[in-house]
Structures are given as C-alpha cells and as structure tokens.
Design a protein around this ligand. Structure first.
Ligand code: B12
Ligand code: SF4
Ligand code: SF4
Length: 265
C-alpha cells in the first residue's frame, strides 16, 4: 500500500456511495449518488500547528494530537468529500427546510464516510502500517459545540482550505461536503498550505447569512452555534432519525469552489 493506492481506494468507495432502496425517503432517491471525487491534503503529525489547536481560542486542551490516536503517527491525511450537484441543487431551494437529498447526504453520506475511513485504515494495518480514522474511532468524543478531533481544523492544518463566515471550511471543491481523516505511519507527501489566514478563502459577501433560516449568521461576526444547533435539532422532530440544514453551504459563491475575490457584493 502506498499513498496513490490509499487515495484510489478512498476515491473509488466515495464515488460508489449511494442511497439504497430501503433508505430512500422517496422512491426516486434510491440510487442517489452522494459524493463527487474527494480531494486530499496531508500534514506531518509533528506539524506545530496541531499543537495550536489545543489553545482555548482555537479548539482547546481536549483536542487530541495525532500521536494520541496512534503512537507511531507520522502523517495525517485529510479528505473532503464534495456533495454531488444533485444533492447541492436540491438544498438550494428557497424552502427553509432541508431537502431529502441533503438529509441523505448528512446521514447516509456520513455512514459511507465512516465505512470508507474504517476500510482504508484496516487496509493500511493489513499492509503493516499503523492507522486510525479518529472520527470513526471509539475514542472520538463530540460534546456541545466541540470535539476531540475537529475535522475542519485538521483539514485547515493539512492545507485543504480555510474557514468562512458561516464557519464551514472552504476547499478547492467548495464548502458543500463533509470531511474525514486518517492518522498513519505510512509515508505521505505533505501539502503546502496555500494560505496564512484563518478566513483567507472567504470573500465576506454575506450570502450565507441571507440564506440562513435561523438568522444564525451575523454578516460582521459570523455564525453563532446556539441558534444554528437549535434549528438543526428542530429538523430532527420532522425527519428523525435524520436531521440537517446546510442552507448556508448551497447557492453561495463558495458552494463548489474558492470564490473569486471579484465576486464580493
Ligand atoms: C459539533 C458540530 C456541530 C455543531 C457546532 C458546530 C461547530 N462547532 O462548528 C452544530 C450542531 C451547530 C453543527 C452544525 C452543522 N454542521 Co457540524 N459538526 C460538528 C462536529 C461534530 C464537531 C465540530 C467541532 O469540533 N468544532 C470545534 C469548534 C472549536 O469549532 P469552531 O468554534 O467553529 O472553531 C473556530 C475557532 O477555532 C476559530 N479559531 C480561533 N483561533 C484559531 C486558531 C487556529 C489555528 C484555528 C485553526 C482556528 C481558530 O476558528 C474557527 C472558525 O471560526 C464536526 C465533526 C468533526 N469531527 O469535526 C461537524 C462538522 C463541523 N459539521 C459539518 C456540517 C456539514 C454541519 C451542518 C451543515 C449540518 C448539516 N450537515 O446539515 C451545520 C453547519 C453549521 C455551519 N454553518 O458550519 C461538517 C463541516 C463541513 C464544512 N464544509 O465545513 C463537519 C466537519 C462534519 C463532517 N464530518 O464533515 N455542527
Ligand atoms: S457565502 Fe460568502 S461570506 Fe459566506 S462563507 Fe461563503 S464566501 Fe464567505
Ligand atoms: S446550518 Fe442552517 S441554521 Fe446553521 S448556520 Fe447554516 S443555514 Fe444557518
């Protein structure tokens, strides 16, 4: 197993992720393809930026280091799985409630991401390397508005993108999608971080604030977690066991790529 084979394994599984007949919220959603081809970035496990995530201002002391997941950690591979146009377009509707396609992306999409991350880590271990997919590991903890392995922060460190006003992470393939990561001792080529600022890719156009059905995003100060979380929870009463929103991630200039600076409104 080498870096190319690892990425091919993840890409193939991501492209095959679809909604089954049993899961489909409407019959025509059976077979819905959830993700486009993923993009990758890697950082050395001893990149000093991982330590900065333990500052109270960024995530906090509860955020684990790569070596806490696997002692021999040498690299972290961060993966962004962009939603397909069909998933994004469905959620772009003016309706304040999430589209069925987006609910599938949130729930079935995450199920597929966990499965592919676990499969990739197992394949690495079979090849003699140490490997852990933190978000799918039993030690992963998410409490309130934080966690002990924040995939957006890890993606930022790896060079995959920067935060936006909505607090989503904007990548070369946009903001509408989901993240995963793998910590391993297999050699990976570290990505050069093409930015220095936390919000460098955001053009502060305020479109995400206008799209938010919960008024959770202030055009000046950004997203407040409490109203966002309350709205996402509310959708659970309608769609349990599913839930979601993501209106701030579609029909916005950063939806499918890094917005052009000239697009500022
Ligand atoms: C808890 C959680 C939530 C909570 C709280 C959100 C939060 N804290 O951001 C609630 C329920 C509100 C939520 C909502 C949603 N979530 Co959520 N959530 C998570 C979860 C499980 C943990 C997040 C976490 O640990 N945050 C840590 C805190 C510290 O983050 P923060 O306050 O935003 O961080 C700021 C500070 O760190 C600051 N900062 C200050 N100093 C410094 C210094 C440095 C060096 C750095 C790096 C940062 C920094 O910058 C950051 C941005 O302002 C992650 C999964 C994971 N394992 O990461 C998904 C995750 C963040 N969610 C995701 C998504 C998609 C959603 C929703 C769209 C729901 C949906 N699917 O329909 C909404 C979108 C909300 C939004 N506008 O971004 C995606 C993000 C995709 C993306 N493109 O960014 C994630 C990564 C899940 C995944 N596997 O992909 N979520
Ligand atoms: S919609 Fe505009 S302001 Fe909001 S995150 Fe995207 S680029 Fe930034
Ligand atoms: S996920 Fe929904 S409620 Fe939360 S900030 Fe985005 S648009 Fe607003």
């Amino acid at each position: 197993m080498n870096e190319t084979e690892l990425k091919a394994l993840i890409s193939e599984a991501a492209l095959a992720a679809e909604v089954s007949e049993a899961e489909a919220l409407r019959p025509e959603l059976a077979g819905l393809r959830i993700f486009d081809a993923p993009i990758f970035a890697a950082a050395a496990a001893d990149d000093p930026m991982f330590l900065r995530l333990r500052d109270e201002a960024s995530v906090g002391a509860h955020h684990l280091m790569p070596a806490d997941w696997t002692r021999s950690a040498r690299f972290v591979l961060s993966v962004f799985f962009p939603f397909t146009r069909r998933v994004r377009a469905a959620n772009a509707a003016v309706d304040p409630l999430p589209a069925a396609e987006w609910l599938h992306g949130r729930i079935e999409g995450q199920k597929h991401i966990n499965a592919v991350s676990v499969t990739a880590a197992e394949a690495l271990r079979r090849a003699g390397f140490s490997a852990v997919a933190p978000s799918a590991d039993a030690r992963f903890r998410s409490q309130g508005f934080t966690s002990n392995w924040s995939e957006r922060h890890v993606a930022f460190v790896c060079g995959l993108g920067t935060f936006g006003l909505s607090k989503g992470l904007i990548t070369q393939k946009g903001i509408a999608g989901r993240f995963s990561s793998i910590v391993t001792d297999m050699a990976l080529s570290p990505t050069r971080r093409g930015y220095t600022e936390l919000y460098e890719y955001c053009i502060f156009c305020g479109r995400c604030a206008k799209r938010c059905p919960a008024d959770a995003i202030d055009p000046e100060t950004g997203k407040a977690h409490v109203p966002c979380s309350a709205f996402v929870e509310e959708t659970r009463t309608l769609y349990a066991p599913r839930y979601g929103c993501g209106k701030c991630q579609v029909d916005v200039p950063c939806e499918g790529g890094i917005p052009a600076k000239g697009a500022r409104q």
